[in-house]
Structures are given as structure tokens and as C-alpha cells.
Design a protein around this ligand. Structure first.
Ligand SMILES: Cc1cc2nc3c(=O)[nH]c(=O)nc-3n(C[C@H](O)[C@H](O)[C@H](O)COP(=O)(O)O)c2cc1C
Ligand code: SF4
Length: 486
């Protein structure tokens, strides 16, 4: 992962933990409404992919155990990991693109209800993404994948060569020559792996996205409702399709790119179709980027405008993240796909303890607060969820008291200790396993390996009933915490 060149090492600073009485009086542990839904506290576990679904996208026992473990900590809400809305293979990511996925998802809902005593609300994040291929082995790229176009032959002076000779010649060319003869996208496909963009108007299925996505998202939301979820979160963040429509880099000429009014059009059309499908009583919100953190990408001016438009359209909550784009991702090794959290924008999304003078904690607070302020100034009370580096009670409570957010998301801190909420609420904050922001978990995510935390994944491996990773070296969830007596 990319890290700021200053390389300043930060330690988590959770501050003082509240007594039980203080927690009871706090804003953090006070209820909040997201549209028609009441959360018991203003705490939120944002979506995190743990790589536990089957290859076909079904819920597994490991998924159930994972969410059960989070639910025992009784946060106000848990958002289930990014779940694919299409009926296409996408590896061990959860899917919701067909009714056959509903029974497994229903079991997930019931598991969370049981484990939290009905106190945690469960939402699901629904996602669309475009094709991203692995970085090819150069020999294969030139022998098979690259299309030999007339202009490529012209640049090589190889108009009448047999195709095999063109391919063999290309395979021998040095890097600078390749940069001269190949198109930018071909070079990218060679160096990073082929990746589709929402601006690839030469591809029929990309041109058709505005026609097909509203129904795909609406179908997913209908299934989420049928499975018993308390709401859906439309994934409009990071490197995926909907965020790419919102991006200032989207210059589609069909009325869905260019000016920000056009870029927000499809996200609004998707939302309206979802709303028509699930009705007003089912909470629907979205996750989007407070800042894209890439050259030429959206800044707060754009995103405050989006926030207001989403609120005006009737979204029930706005959850803000930042960065996480392909545009500045590191070159992957051959055989691996680019990963959108490896460059500076990826750092902004999941900042690590090795940082700059601003540090890794709360980098998304001020941009999110600015969006919230714009939404309030436009006359909307839509709750705003802020996430990024929050691990202490005082920090979370200050965000709420200073009206920078309405709900506080803790992603890696919940992974480090899913009991954070229950421990802090009951005056046992000093027992919290505080996240060190090492990004060990994120490195596992990058390799599509089952995500665990280094603070607990080797502890008590031999205890009865402990389910382990495929290689047997790590436990999949932390041990159960019991409050000390007295
Ligand atoms: C292992 C892992 C998986 C993640 N998966 C998702 C995801 O599915 N959807 C999403 O919007 N964000 C995802 N994120 C980002 C988190 O939701 C969160 O925005 C980020 O970790 C910053 O918050 P934190 O500092 O509290 O961890 C993931 C993060 C991690 C560490
Ligand atoms: S591995 Fe654990 S301690 Fe390290 S960043 Fe992830 S959650 Fe935090």
C-alpha cells in the first residue's frame, strides 16, 4: 500500500473511556432515525468484505458466524458487505442478483436479529462493478489478447506482415518503443490488466448502463426487503460503476456525464426506481465519496451538490467515505488484478498508522461535515454517517456534539473488536482491543483471503469450536467476550 512520504508513525489514542452512566447520557448511545427506521444508538459498522461467500455468491456458515460476531457487540446498525446485483459469477463475493440468493440472506438477517437480541439494525450494501482483468503475462498478451489494428501496423511499419510476425515483434520491443506504438489503453491493459470504464462508449453494454442499472438495483433492493433486511445502502463510492458516473472524470456524451447535474442523473434514476420498488417505508440511502482524492476528481463542491440532490430525492441516509480509486492504483504483479486501495486515494480510504502530519484519524471528518452542512442549509435533515479512523469514545462523541455527523462508522475498529459498542456502553471501555491501523486486514482483502485481525486471529486457536481459515493458521472470528461481574 502507498503511504505518505513523511512516514510519521501514529499510535491510536482512544482517550478516556466513559463510565456506564456517562455512556447512557451520551449522544453516541442515543437513538437516531434514518427515515422510518430507528437505530438504538448512533453507531454503525460500515460494509466490509470478509471473503467468506461461496464461489457462486451464496451465504456460508462462515458469513453467518462473522455477522453474528459483530451483532453480539450490538452496534446501532451493521451494513452487510458489498453484494453484487448482477446474476454473474464474481468469486466469493455475496450476490443478490437472483431470488435463489434470498434464503441465505434471510438466514443472515435472522442470525443478526438473534445475536443482537433484536437491537441491531441490518442493512445491505448493493454494488455494481465493471470488468477488471488480471495483469497478463506479456507473452500471452501479445500472442492472444491484443487486437492488431491497422494503425498499430502503420506505427510499426508492418502493413503487410503476417499477424504472427507482428505479434512476435511486439513481444520483443523495449518498453519505450511499446509506449510509442500502443494506445494508452492497450499499454494499461499490458501493465495493469484490462479494465472497463463507464466512458467506454464503444462497448454496447457500457452504453446501456443507464438503461439497465435502475432495474438491477431495484431487483436487488426488492430481494433485500424480501430477505428481511432493515434497509439498503446503494454503493455509490470508491472504484465502482456508480461512483464512476458521479466522477468529474466522467465525460460521457449521452447526458450522463460532463456537468455534475448530468453525472448525478443515473444515481438519482437508480434511487427513484429502487424507491418505487420498495416503497417509502423501507430505508434506502447511499454511500458516496466526500472526495475522490485523485487528480481531476470530485472535490467537496461536487459532492456537496450530490449530497443535497440525494437528500432532495428522499434518501434516508448519506454515508461518506473517501478515495479508493483505480486511477492511482499500484501496478499489480503479473497474474493479479489492480486493487483500488494501493495508491494515494486508497490511503485516504483506509489510512494506515504510517502517515503524514495530519495522521490517519478522522481525515474524512471535515469534508463530510461540509457536505452535511450543505444538506442542512438546503433544508434537509437527512442523517450523515462519517467513517474513517474512529476508535475512541471521546472522538466519536465530539463528532456528534460538534454536529459534524449524525452517526459514527467504525470499520476496522469493529473488526479489531466487535464488542467495542457493548464494552463502551457498559463502562468496560478499558477492555477494548484498540485497532492499530496496521492494515494487515486490508492486505488480506487485497489478496481475496479471508479477512481477520492480527489482534485476535492467532489467540486460542485450539479452543473448542474455533473455526479456522483454509490454511488452518488463523481463527475466523474473535473469542466471545463476557462482561466482568460486579
Ligand atoms: C477488509 C475491508 C473490507 C472493506 N470492504 C468494503 C465494502 O465492501 N464496501 C465499502 O463501502 N467499504 C469497504 N471497506 C471500507 C470501510 O467500510 C471503511 O470505509 C474504511 O475501512 C475506513 O474506515 P475505518 O478507518 O473505520 O476502517 C472495507 C474496509 C476493509 C478494511
Ligand atoms: S488488522 Fe486489526 S489492528 Fe490491524 S488495521 Fe485491521 S482491524 Fe486494525
Amino acid at each position: 500500500m502507498w503511504r505518505p512520504p513523511e512516514r510519521i508513525k501514529w499510535k491510536p489514542a482512544p482517550g478516556r473511556w466513559p463510565t456506564r452512566e456517562e455512556a447512557e447520557r451520551s449522544m453516541l448511545f442515543s437513538p437516531v432515525e434514518i427515515g422510518p427506521l430507528r437505530l438504538e444508538s448512533r453507531t454503525w459498522v460500515p460494509a466490509m468484505v470478509p471473503w467468506r461467500a461461496t464461489e457462486e455468491g451464496f451465504v456460508t456458515d462462515e458469513n453467518l458466524e462473522w455477522y453474528e460476531r459483530f451483532a453480539r457487540g450490538r452496534p446501532g446498525a451493521i451494513v452487510v458487505e458489498a453484494t453484487g446485483i448482477r446474476d454473474i459469477p464474481s468469486g466469493p463475493l455475496l450476490r443478490i442478483g437472483h431470488d435463489r440468493f434470498v434464503p441465505g440472506l434471510r438466514e443472515l438477517v435472522q442470525t443478526v436479529r438473534r445475536a443482537s437480541g433484536g437491537r441491531t439494525r441490518l442493512l445491505i450494501q448493493v454494488i455494481d462493478f465493471l470488468a477488471v482483468r488480471r495483469r497478463p503475462e506479456p507473452g500471452k498478451f501479445f500472442a492472444r489478447y491484443l487486437e492488431i489494428q491497422p494503425w498499430l501496423r502503420a506505427r510499426l511499419g508492418a502493413e503487410d506482415w503476417p499477424e504472427e510476425r507482428v505479434r512476435a515483434t511486439l513481444a520483443e520491443l523495449p518498453e519505450d518503443e511499446l509506449a510509442r506504438v500502443l494506445e494508452t489503453r492497450e499499454l494499461e491493459a499490458l501493465r495493469y490488466g484490462y479494465r472497463e470504464r463507464v466512458t467506454d462508449m464503444d462497448l454496447a453494454h457500457v452504453r446501456a448502463l443507464p438503461a439497465v442499472l435502475p432495474d438491477l438495483f431495484a431487483g436487488a433492493a426488492r430481494r433485500a426487503q424480501a430477505a428481511g433486511f432493515d434497509g439498503v445502502e446503494l454503493h455509490y463510492a470508491h472504484a465502482y460503476t456508480m461512483a464512476s458516473f458521479l466522477s468529474r472524470l466522467n465525460d460521457r456524451p449521452d447526458g450522463y456525464g460532463g456537468a455534475r447535474e448530468s453525472r448525478v442523473r443515473l444515481p438519482l434514476e437508480v434511487f427513484r426506481r429502487v424507491r418505487e420498488t420498495v416503497g417509502a417505508a423501507f430505508p434506502v440511502g447511499c454511500r458516496f465519496l466526500a472526495e475522490e482524492c485523485v487528480d481531476g476528481g470530485n472535490t467537496i463542491e461536487d459532492t456537496a451538490f450530490f449530497g443535497v440532490e440525494f437528500a432532495r430525492a428522499g434518501m434516508d441516509f448519506l454515508s461518506l467515505s473517501r478515495g479508493g480509486k483505480f486511477d492511482d492504483a499500484k501496478q499489480p504483479a503479473i497474474g493479479w488484478a489492480a486493487y483500488p486501495y494501493t495508491g494515494p486515494s486508497g490511503y485516504e480510504c483506509m489510512p494506515q498508522y504510517v502517515s503524514d502530519a495530519r495522521g490517519p484519524f478522522g481525515r474524512n471528518v471535515e469534508p463530510s461535515a461540509a457536505i452535511r452542512m450543505a444538506v442542512r442549509a438546503a433544508g434537509f435533515a437527512t442523517p450523515v454517517v462519517v467513517t474513517g479512523g474512529v476508535h475512541g469514545f471521546e472522538q466519536a462523541e465530539a463528532l456528534l456534539r460538534e454536529e459534524k455527523a449524525d452517526i459514527v462508522g467504525l470499520a476496522r475498529q469493529s473488526l479489531a473488536d466487535p464488542d467495542w459498542f457493548e464494552k463502551v456502553r457498559t463502562g468496560h471501555g478499558d477492555e477494548v482491543m484498540v485497532c492499530e491501523y496496521t492494515n494487515y486486514c486490508e492486505a488480506l482483502d487485497q489478496k481475496h483471503e479471508q479477512v481477520t485481525c492480527q489482534l485476535w486471529d492467532r489467540k486460542g486457536l485450539d479452543a473448542p469450536g474455533v473455526r479456522r481459515t483454509r490454511d488452518g493458521k488463523r481463527r475466523l472470528v474473535p473469542a466471545v467476550w463476557r462482561a466482568p461481574r460486579g
